[in-house]
Write a protein that binds this ligand. Structure first.
Ligand code: SF4
Length: 235
């Protein structure tokens, strides 16, 4: 069973903690051709890791060299602890929007609701490209069936809160807002569990995030099974 991916006909029913490990109790539904009354669901238990739930993650947090300076911001809790539970879908909005790495660092300027994303050194305006990229990429992530997202804190693209939004270039006045990509993601899909990596050092917040991700995964499966008889990930 270990390493198997859930496939059509599988239906995860609930999350339990068995010997300190998050586990999913899964019922294998009859596969076609279905003989009425002749096949009964088989039960199997898998760990959350075996379920291979896809979760989006800011790529720098798992050690990818995508930051403006060509480095990363690997986070041990994300990469080593949660990396054993989830199948990552790494995303770097700035690289994927075309900025490359290394690159001119960017910041947010203007109003908090509709800030501009500008290069800090030369004022390159990335606003439009980031907006268009975000709209497209978010829908791709949904199509991949991600059940959560871990964002890098305080980034002008990925930060969930506390991101400086400057009144004007070279003006010290600022407010605190959200990164452009994370803001678009959370507005478009507010029910998908999202967490700031800096909060996941707290075991309580971490455990709560794991359960929320699995609840969302189960919700997707049950919702999809109810409509079409197939789980959404089509693995
Ligand atoms: S915080 Fe986001 S945009 Fe910045 S390097 Fe990490 S993944 Fe890329």
């Amino acid at each position: 069973m270990a390493g198997d991916r859930l496939g059509p006909g599988d239906n995860a029913c609930r999350v339990e903690i068995v010997n300190g490990t998050f586990c999913a109790r899964v019922f294998k539904s009859p596969q076609p051709p279905f003989v009425k009354g002749g096949i009964f669901p088989k039960e199997k238990i898998m760990t959350v890791a075996e379920a291979k739930i896809r979760v989006g993650v800011s790529a720098c947090l798992i050690g990818q060299n995508v930051r403006w300076d060509g480095g990363h911001k690997r986070d041990d809790v994300v990469a080593d602890v949660l990396g054993r539970l989830f199948e990552w879908v790494p995303v770097c909005p700035e690289v994927e929007a075309g900025m490359g790495a290394p690159r001119e660092a960017v910041g947010l300027y203007g109003g908090r609701e509709r800030p501009l994303m500008l290069g800090n050194d030369f004022g390159t305006d990335w606003t439009e490209k980031m907006i268009l990229y975000s709209m497209k990429r978010i829908e791709e992530l949904i199509a991949l069936g991600i059940c959560g997202f871990i964002f890098k804190s305080k980034s002008p693209s990925c930060g969930m809160a506390g991101v400086p939004v400057y009144a004007e270039p070279e003006n010290g006045l600022m407010r605190l807002g959200r990164g452009m990509f994370s803001d678009a993601f959370m507005k478009r899909y507010p029910s998908i569990p999202a967490e700031d990596e800096s909060r996941l050092n707290d075991p309580g917040i971490r455990g709560n995030f794991i359960v929320r991700v699995f609840d969302y995964y189960r919700f997707l499966q049950e919702g999809s099974c109810g409509r079409s008889g197939e789980i959404p990930r089509g693995a």
